[in-house]
Structure formats: structure tokens, C-alpha cells
Design a protein around this ligand. Structure first.
Ligand code: TGC
Ligand code: FAD
Length: 387
């Protein structure tokens, strides 16, 4: 049966015809191409690389970028793509987030014309895959302490350091690596295969299993001078990429929440205990009412945020509110839905357990829930409480 999203506040009326059409296209792609094989990938710990060309053809990579072979869609349309993909699996949404927001965006915003011409078309089509290296083993929430260093050696830079938890690292053709040069953070493009550069996979995740996560190891890696992103220095470079990715995650969380809610509703309408469907018990209805309410609020937050982004009025703090709220509630909804399915909720016959485990990463990456709490606390009080 085709997926139908809950739409209690008629949010669909706020989308343009084009946006709704795009949503249907991505929805069909997820139903027909992602869903049938995602459990196998999750079990095997592999990303469905076979989907990359079609993801590119559908214009999902860097979808909100104009030119360079990108689709130039609105930010609302881009958000709907994220929502639909994460209904399938957070790992698939992550792939598209990283490529578009964390690799293509910094090249577009901070790169030279040559860097843009070389990389953006290939990244848009999926011919090339990228990754974004900010986090280090000893510096996660506080990237300002990063140890990775670039040294100016006259005609080239020499990079040394280790990045950890890097999505797509092992499969990437190009890594955007953030490193300190003379004490200030800069971005560098490091191509796969450079001597001294390796990207071993991190095994053993119980979350985001259908996504490749890696270390990036840089040992005296020689980088030509033209591989530095020329237009930015300081932490605001990587942090502004995070704002783009967090925006997509806020939408994505709605998709995962919808899938959990719909699955649980269907289940309790048909599962009978104590002589009647579970859906007829007050405690079960209270859970459904809460899930339904939160999804409605999440949809409204996303639509408003997308509209503000399209108008150029968005702030990083607005994005933090949406990422924090939506991922928190998506995870709560997944946990509640898991409970409502009883023992069936712990098997892969249903998608809920997979979403629930995935969302444990989503609530941690791109700024943990508590880091976004502190960002909002800073905004409200004017007093930073990070340190
Ligand atoms: P702070 O002094 O606040 O800021 C330094 C400069 O950056 C500017 N800025 C931002 N710009 C754009 N967007 C943002 N979100 C920004 N936040 C800050 C700021 O205005 C300032 O500019 P300027 O011109 O004055 O220099 O920096 P801080 O060191 O105090 O950091 C604050 C804090 C803790 C909020 C920040 O470090 C932070 O957000 N930490 C969380 C780290 C994080 O989110 N890492 C994510 C790594 S990537 C990832 O997880 C990918 S998962 C992908 C996937 O698979 O989908
Ligand atoms: P820590 O920063 O050590 O935090 C641990 C705990 O302490 C958290 O609960 C946190 O909220 C809390 N904490 C930290 N500071 C404070 C404080 N000041 N006050 C109160 N509490 C605090 N990174 C990349 O650069 N690129 C990627 O592509 C990428 N992909 C990822 C994919 C996956 C699957 C995962 C799980 C992570 C990925 N990350 C990536 C890393 C991610 O961004 C970090 O895990 C995240 O920023 C948190 O850092 P940490 O894990 O070092 O936790």
C-alpha cells in the first residue's frame, strides 16, 4: 500500500504543486528501491551504493544548489527529499546530507572556481562521493580544540592528524578535511589515494548500519596549494556547513517518525488482546495522540523553517531548535512505537527497531541534543554555558 503521511493541520496545502510532485517521486523511489533491500544492508553493515546513480539522476545531491549540474530546488523541496529518504532509512538520508550540505556546500561557498568546476558536477551526479572530516577522537562537541594540522611547505601543504566517525569516509573520492594552519581552522580537499591518507571503516555500530562510518588518517599527506578552500578561515567555515546539514536532519526526522507512527497505528488497529483491538485501549490511544501531536508540530516547524530559509531569513539558532526538537521527538516516537508492537517491535519484520537505533546516532551527530540546548540557552540569555 502506498505510504500516506499524517496531515492533520493540512500542511500539504502549504506546499507548491512542484514540491508535492517531487515528494511523490522520492516517496516512490523509497518504496520501490530503498525499502525492499534496506534490512539486508542494515544487517550486513553496508550502504546501498547501487542506488547512488539514481539518487543523482533524480537531482537529490546538492538539490538546493543552483548551477554546476545541480537541481536548484527550493529549500522546502530539499527538506521534503530529506523527509522521504529518512522514512526509508537515516543512513540513506545521511549519505545525501553529507554529500550536499557538508561537501558540495563548502566547495560552493568557500571554493575556487576551479574547485567548483572540478567537483560539483561529479558530486551532483553521484559519479564522485565526498565526506566531511571535522570530528576527531578527542574533539567531538568542541571542534575548536582540533589537533589536525596543516603546515605550509612553500609549494604545498603537509597534513597530519586523525578524524573519527566520518560518514562515507571509506568510499569517498574526496574528503573535506578541516585542519589548523598557523592556529586558524581552514578547509582542505584531500583526494582518495594520496600518499599517507587512509580511511579505515569503523565496525561494530548498532546504529546507522546502512551507512559507512570511518576514521580518516593523515600522515604527512602532501596537498597542492590549490586544494585549500580559499574563501574561509576560522570555525565558522565548518559550522556554517553544519547549519545546512542540521536543516536537512530536522526534516529527515519527520520521515522516520511518520514511518514509526504509521506502522504502530496499523499494528494496534489489527492486534487483539483482552478481546478487542489494542487501539481501543485508553493507554494506547494516549500514546497515539502524543505521537500524532508531535508529528504535526514537527511538520509545522519544518515548513516554517524552510520558508524562512528560502527567504534568506534563517539563523543557525532557528536550525538548532528544529534539529533538537524533531530528532528528540522522532526518537521518543520510535521508542514508543517499539513498545506498542510488543515482542514484534524487536524484530526486523517491522522498520521501527531500525529507525530507533538509527536515531540514537542522529540525536548525537551534527551537535548532540545537549549542545543544541546550550546553543538555545546562549541565544535566550546571551550567556554561553559551553565551557
Ligand atoms: P563560536 O565562537 O560560537 O563560533 C565560531 C564562529 O562560527 C560562527 N558560528 C556559526 N556559523 C554558522 N553556523 C553555525 N551553526 C555557527 N555556530 C557558530 C560564529 O558566529 C563565529 O563566527 P566569527 O565570525 O565570530 O568567528 O564557536 P565555539 O567554539 O564556541 O562553538 C560553539 C559550538 C559548541 C556551538 C560548536 O562548536 C558546535 O556546534 N559543536 C557541535 C559540533 C558538531 O555539531 N559536530 C558535527 C560534526 S559533522 C557531523 O556530525 C556529520 S553527521 C552527518 C550525517 O551523517 O548526516
Ligand atoms: P562528546 O563531545 O564527547 O560528548 C559526549 C557527551 O557529553 C554528549 O552527551 C554531549 O552532549 C555531552 N557534552 C559535551 N560537551 C558538553 C557540555 N559543554 N555541556 C554538557 N554536556 C556536554 N563527524 C564528522 O565530522 N563528520 C561526519 O561525517 C560524522 N558522521 C557521524 C556519523 C555517525 C554515525 C556518528 C555517530 C557520528 C558522526 N560524526 C561525524 C561525529 C559526531 O558529530 C560527534 O559524535 C558529535 O559531534 C559528538 O561528539 P562526541 O561523539 O565526541 O561526543
Amino acid at each position: 500500500m502506498a505510504f500516506k503521511s499524517p496531515d492533520f493541520y493540512c500542511v500539504d496545502e502549504l506546499f507548491s504543486e512542484e514540491e508535492l510532485l517531487l515528494r511523490e517521486t522520492v516517496r516512490r523511489f523509497v518504496d520501490e528501491k530503498v525499502m525492499p533491500d534496506i534490512n539486508r544492508h542494515f544487517k550486513d553493515g553496508t550502504f546501498p551504493t547501487e542506488l547512488i546513480p539514481e539518487i543523482g539522476e533524480l537531482g537529490m545531491l546538492g538539490a538546493n544548489i543552483e548551477g554546476y549540474g545541480c537541481a536548484g530546488m527550493s529549500n522546502v523541496a530539499y527538506g521534503l527529499i530529506m523527509q522521504e529518504l529518512e522514512r526509508g532509512d537515516s543512513g540513506v538520508r545521511s549519505f545525501v546530507s553529507v554529500q550536499g550540505s557538508l561537501v558540495m556546500y563548502p566547495i560552493l561557498a568557500f571554493g575556487s572556481e576551479e574547485q567548483k568546476d572540478t567537483w560539483l558536477p561529479k558530486l551532483a551526479s553521484g559519479e564522485a562521493v565526498g565526506c566531511f572530516g571535522l570530528t576527531e577522537p578527542d574533539h567531538g562537541s568542541d571542534p575548536s580544540g582540533m589537533i589536525t594540522r596543516a603546515e605550509d611547505k612553500g609549494d604545498h601543504y603537509l597534513l597530519n592528524g586523525t578524524k573519527r566517525w566520518i560518514t562515507n569516509g571509506t568510499v569517498a573520492d574526496i574528503a573535506v578535511v578541516w585542519a589548523k594552519l598557523d592556529g586558524r581552522v581552514h578547509g582542505f580537499l584531500v583526494e582518495k589515494g594520496r600518499e599517507g591518507f587512509s580511511a579505515p571503516i569503523i565496525e561494530g555500530k548498532f546504529s546507522l548500519r546502512a551507512s559507512v562510518t570511518s576514521d580518516l588518517i593523515l600522515e604527512d599527506v602532501k596537498i597542492p596549494k590549490e586544494n585549500k578552500l580559499p574563501e574561509v578561515s576560522g570555525l565558522k567555515g565548518p559550522l556554517s556547513c553544519l547549519t545546512q546539514a542540521r536543516y536537512g536532519i530536522a526534516w529527515g526526522a519527520v520521515g522516520a517518525a511518520m514511518d514509526c507512527y504509521n506502522t504502530a497505528l496499523e499494528y494496534v488497529l489489527h492486534r487483539t488482546q483482552f478481546g478487542k483491538p489494542l487501539a481501543g485501549f485508553q493507554l494506547v490511544q494516549a500514546k497515539l495522540a502524543q505521537m500524532f501531536t508531535e508529528i504535526t508540530k514537527m511538520q509545522l516547524v519544518c515548513h516554517r523553517l524552510g520558508t524562512l530559509k528560502d527567504q534568506g531569513r534563517i539563523t543557525p539558532q532557528m536550525v538548532s531548535l528544529a534539529k533538537r526538537n524533531n530528532v528528540y521527538w522522532a526518537l521518543e516516537i520510535a521508542r514508543t512505537a517499539r513498545d506498542m508492537l510488543g515482542a514484534s517491535g524487536v524484530t526486523d519484520e517491522y522498520p521501527i527497531g531500525r529507525h530507533m537505533c538509527n536515531l540514537e546516532s542522529v540525536i548525537t551527530y551534527e551537535g548532540t541534543h545537549d549542545i543544541h540546548t546550550l546553543i538555545l540557552g546562549h541565544h535566550v540569555t546571551g550567556i554561553p554555558a559551553f565551557k
